[in-house]
Design a protein. Structure first.
Length: 402
């Protein structure tokens, strides 16, 4: 019997997984008391009593033991050194502690969650923890928590996000490159008008009796045209900048309008009409620049598809946005091009898949990664010869009237 106890102790002590043993018996009794009082919604109770978790930790929670792997995780030289600062290293945390409380309250047999720890040396450690919940309340005096260090996993996720952001920016730069000719034309118009207005002002001032009123009008016109050119440059710079992803609630109509602004010179040069149908009250939760990029890619693809169509059908691009259920919006970009072959539809969003001889096939792949990163999905619908419709969903809703 004694040898068996020693074996169990050594198995715990030298297990490769960090294990903390904690006394939750008082907390288990507290949960049972709340249920006896008639509490049915623990989350609501904690909302009404925001200091409850801190009070439970102070009065009813104790650290009992830690194995060698746990001490190593916290950079502690001994169990004694760890227990001196354990409460400071593992303070009350509603997101983490409430998972255990709710699992006990609901009679579950296990629970798990994520948490970021700080070691004695100040090292930050992201972990996933797991705990088995016994049926016998007496066994809550030695509750075992298993910790899994996910630092390397988190670093890989962070690197992936950086790579995704770099890929998206490269896609935006490529998109602007495709629009370079029409953008140059768009900027040259206000610049030419600025020069014309300034030259007109000079002529009004060069007369024997200078026409000050006319000269000032020409100068004001020059200022207005210069501001237009500056505005175009600012919009392009904002579109191409290397900024962090910032998803927030946006006006769907405004983001659609900004994307159409980007491709309108290209559409105008090819006499393609662009129309929209977007309820002004729709709000979408998204990074504005990345949604501009997705819409810009789809609209430019539509322009190319229409341009490649030789029949006399209407040359039109349409952008439609409508609610999709209670918490999503459905975006549609519709063109009147020649449509997409059914076989190509299956691989359309894969990297390097393209039907254009000069295309790299990355625009739609990048668009898919952006939409999926926002929790949406993207697909295409088409019957050859009848145009194509690109659809995607994003989190959003119709704003409530004030």
């Amino acid at each position: 019997m004694e040898s068996s106890r020693v074996l169990v102790d050594e198995t715990f002590r030298f297990a490769p997984i960090p294990i903390l043993v904690e006394d939750w018996s008082g907390i288990r009794q507290w949960v049972d008391d709340r249920k006896a009082e008639g509490v049915t919604d623990l989350d609501a109770y904690l909302d009404d009593n925001p200091t409850a978790i801190q009070q439970l930790r102070d009065r009813h929670h104790h650290f009992v033991d830690a194995n060698e792997a746990a001490l190593t995780l916290f950079d502690a030289e001994s169990r004694e050194a760890f227990f001196v600062v354990a409460k400071a290293l593992l303070p009350a945390s509603r997101p983490s502690n409430s998972k255990v409380l709710k699992a006990i309250f609901n009679g579950e047999t296990a629970c798990q969650g994520e948490r970021t720890l700080t070691s004695l040396t100040g090292r930050t450690i992201p972990i996933v923890w797991r705990c088995s919940l016994p049926a016998d309340p007496a066994r809550y005096a030695r509750l075992h928590f298993y910790a899994f260090d996910i630092s390397e996993y988190q670093e890989n996720i962070n690197r992936l996000q950086v790579m995704r952001a770099d890929m998206a920016r490269a896609g935006r730069i490529a998109l602007v490159g495709q629009l370079a000719a029409s953008i140059t034309h768009e900027i040259s118009q206000p610049l030419s008008a600025t020069r014309t207005s300034i030259e007109a002002a000079a002529r009004w001032l060069d007369r024997e009796q200078p026409e000050m009123a006319e000269a000032m009008a020409s100068v004001r016109d020059a200022g207005r045209w210069a501001r237009d050119a500056t505005d175009i440059c600012h919009r392009l710079r904002g579109f191409m900048m290397h900024t962090p992803v910032q998803a927030r609630l946006q006006s769907a109509a405004e983001v659609v309008a900004s994307a159409i602004y980007l491709i309108s010179p290209e559409a105008g040069a090819r006499e393609i009409e662009v129309e929209t149908s977007v309820d002004a009250g729709l709000r979408v939760f998204v990074d504005r620049v990345q949604l501009q990029q997705v819409l810009g890619n789809l609209l430019l693809n539509g322009i190319h598809a229409i341009e490649a169509t030789s029949d006399a059908r209407a040359r039109k691009l349409s952008v439609l946005v409508e609610p999709e259920g209670e918490s999503s919006l459905l975006f549609k970009v519709v063109d009147t091009g020649h449509g997409i072959d059914a076989m190509l539809l299956e691989t359309l969003f894969q990297p390097f898949a393209t039907s254009k001889a000069e295309g790299m096939g990355m625009g739609l792949s990048i668009s898919r990664s952006i939409i999926e990163a926002h929790g949406g999905r993207i697909w295409a619908e088409s019957a050859e010869g009848t145009g194509a419709t690109f659809c995607f969903t994003l989190p959003g809703a119709k704003a409530f009237a004030a």
